[in-house]
Design a protein around this ligand. Sequence first.
Ligand code: DGY
Length: 324
Amino acid sequence: MKPNIVLYRKIPDDLFARLQEQCQVTFFDGINADNRAAFIEALAEAEGVIGTGVKFTDELMAAAPKLKAASTITVGYDDFDVAKLSERGVALMHTPGVLTETTADTIFTLVLCAARRITELAEKVKNGEWQSSIGPDWYGSNVHGKTIGILGMGRIGYAVAKRAHFGFDMNVIYYNRSAKPEAEQQLNARRCSLDEVLKEADFVCNVLPLTPETHHIINRDTLAKMNPSAFFINGGRGASVDEAALVEALKSGGIQGAGLDVFEKEPLPVNSELLTLPNVVALPHIGSATHETRYAMSKLAVENLLAALNGDRSKNCVNPSVTQ
Ligand code: DGY
C-alpha cells in the first residue's frame, strides 16, 4: 500500500507525478483560513508531509498521529519543533546546499541596494523628480573596501562573504558559534564576538537560523552598538530582529539604512512603519526565489521525503539519529 502524504505547497508537475508514483497524495495549494480544517483532517492519515509556509504547532502535530517524516521545502526549519518531532521519532528533512548561491545573490543585492539607495532613487526617477544634475542629497555610500560583518557563517554566510571578499575587496568579520577555518583561510575572515561585529562592521548581515537564542538578537541594545553610518541587512529570519527597535534606530539615525528580505510577520503588513522609511529596502522573502533554485528545492524535498519514508535518513535529515 502506498503511504498517505499531504503536500501543502504547489510543486512542478513532474515532481508531483513522482510523488504520486510512490504515495497517495492529498494536495493543498497553500494553507489558509478556508482550507485549514480540511488540512487538519487530511493530517489524520498522513505518514508524510511536504511543503513550506505552515508552522507545525502542537495542534497540527496532534492532528498527525501517524506521521513518520516531514520534508520542508526550505533550508531553515523553524516551522518545526525539532525536539518534539524527535520525541515522536519523526524525521525532519530540509534542503540545504541547493539555494546557497541564489540566497547569497539576494543578500548581496540588498547590500548594494541599501548602500547605493537603488530602490529609493529609482522611484524618484519614475516619479519625475530627476530635474537637474544630482547633488549630495542623492549620494550613497561605497560598498567596496568596507567591512562586512556576517552573523552566522554557515553555507549562505560563506557565500555572501565570498562575494564580499573576491568581488568587492571587503574586509570580512564574522560571528559564529564555532570557528570557520575555511572562511579564515580562503577569505581572510576574522571571527569576532557579536559586539565586535556590531561595532566594526559597515554592513551587518544576518543569516543566523532562528532559534530561541537568536530570537530578537538584533534589538535596541545591539542596534545601539552599531555605527550610525552602518547598514543592517537581514537575509535570515525576521524574528531574529525586534522590528520596533529597528524602526526606531532607522528613524533616529542610529543606523544609516536597512535591506530586509524577511520580517517578523510575513507577508509584511501594509501598515508596517518600515514601509514608510526611505532608508529601508524591503523585499518579499525572495532569498531563494528563482525558477531554477525553487525547482531544485522542490526536487530535493521530494527526494528527501521519499527517502525518509523508505527509512533512509542519511541525507538532509535534521534529526538523523532518531528512530521510529
Ligand atoms: C529557506 O529556505 O529557509 C529560505 O528562507 C526560503 O524560504
